[in-house]
Write a protein that binds this ligand. Structure first.
Ligand code: ATP
Length: 365
């Protein structure tokens, strides 16, 4: 198995489209790493550049102790699973699994041996003589995975491999893929547009924007401590509240209301500074009576989320969302106050959207 090192990697398409823009990233040996970001941010291009399906414009790709930047895909010791699985329709399952081994020049006996082992691993025994058209979507996906495993790669590259599965199968496949990756210990890079999938499966993830990485971290770090307003806005099933505010001594002025400035960030801001206050709806509590230092508003919208409700309070120039347990929603039109859970308020600089107290190492790209 192997570590992946991307150093100042760029991929520029004709027309000066910087799909990957001077990106530096290390993915340690054995890690399950997700690439996440809005459509067109460069996830697939990055994956294809690691694979060698796109040629890097500049910078380098290292896998283990080898610089593979100029090597063709077949020499990089990696296996890629695509969204559409890319199975050969005229070949049986066993032939599909063993085909890359044939290309590699393995003897027939060895090919069959490895294909059967990989098929067993993915519970495909009994289906080995079928063609892809005779398989369900989930089974086709397992054939694509078996084909990837059979080559004994140093690295797995997955491009939205679960997106063709229905919701239930997708959940099953998620758990299955995670377990398989852990058992095999193969360094894995996974592209998805589904953040719940990334949060559930990945050891760490990168959030990309315009060919650059805006944050790298564990699911918890990226969710609880986004280092800029782009990531804060992008991550989370309900968006983070991002409220314009100004520093007034040891307090904040939020749309004319005074709220406490968290003590831990006081030394990072100056009186009069324009900031953005970030707090997740999950980290606010709501009260029907006045709370000192809370933000006051009128309950405008209540949305049912299943086990919780999302309540939106509105006041002059202010709209704040807060989640409350199911059944504890305040009535629409009522006055309400919200206060943050201590330690859960993030303060960003207005001018560049970065955390005022970001550790330098946490913001990359
Ligand atoms: P999605 O989530 O929609 O798949 P993505 O994050 O994977 O998007 P890419 O497909 O990597 O994004 O595309 C990154 C940028 O590069 C986009 O602006 C896209 O239009 C551009 N691009 C991708 N492939 C090519 C190409 N072959 N030629 C020119 N531009 C391209």
């Amino acid at each position: 198995m192997a570590q992946i090192d991307l150093v100042n990697l760029s991929k520029v398409y004709p027309g000066d489209v910087r799909a990957v823009d001077d990106l530096t990233l290390t993915i340690p040996d054995g890690e399950f790493f997700a690439l996440l970001g809005p459509s067109g941010c460069g996830k697939t291009t990055l994956l294809r550049t690691i694979a060698g399906l796109e040629e890097a414009t500049s910078g380098s790709v290292r896998i283990g102790d080898r610089d593979v930047t100029r090597l063709p895909p077949g020499k990089r010791e990696l296996a890629m699973v695509f969204q559409d699985y890319a199975l050969f329709p005229h070949m049986t399952v066993v032939d599909n699994i063993s085909y890359p081994l044939k290309i590699k020049g393995l003897a027939k006996e060895d090919r069959l041996d490895r294909a059967v082992k990989a098929g067993d691993e993915l519970s495909l025994d009994g289906l080995m003589e079928r063609r892809p058209s005779e398989l369900s979507g989930g089974q086709q996906q397992r054939v694509a995975l078996a084909r990837a495993i059979a080559t004994h790669p140093q690295v797995f590259l997955f491009d939205e491999p679960l997106s063709n599965l229905d919701a239930r199968l997708r959940l099953e496949a998620r758990t299955f893929l995670k377990r398989l990756q852990r058992d095999l210990g193969v360094t894995t890079v996974f592209v998805t547009h589904d953040q719940a999938e990334a949060l559930a499966m990945a050891d760490r993830m990168a959030v990309m924007q315009s060919g650059r990485i805006r944050q790298v971290g564990t699911a918890r770090e990226v969710f609880q401590h986004p280092v800029n307003t782009f990531v804060a806005n992008f991550i989370g099933s309900t968006p983070m509240n991002l409220l314009d505010a100004s520093v007034r001594g040891d307090a904040l002025d939020v749309a004319g209301q005074r709220v406490d400035l968290p003590e831990d960030v006081r030394r990072h801001v100056t009186d009069g500074q324009e900031v953005v206050v970030g707090v997740r709806p999950e980290y606010l509590t709501v009260s029907s009576s006045a709370v000192d230092g809370g933000l006051q508003g009128v309950v405008a919208i209540v949305e049912n989320l299943g086990t919780a409700a999302l309540v939106t309070l509105e006041a002059d120039d202010l709209s704040v969302a807060v989640t409350v347990p199911d059944g504890e929603e305040p009535p629409i039109g009522a006055d309400a106050w919200v206060t943050p859970v201590p330690g859960r308020v993030l303060i960003y600089r207005r001018e560049d959207g970065e955390l005022v107290d970001a550790p330098v190492a946490a913001a990359v790209g």
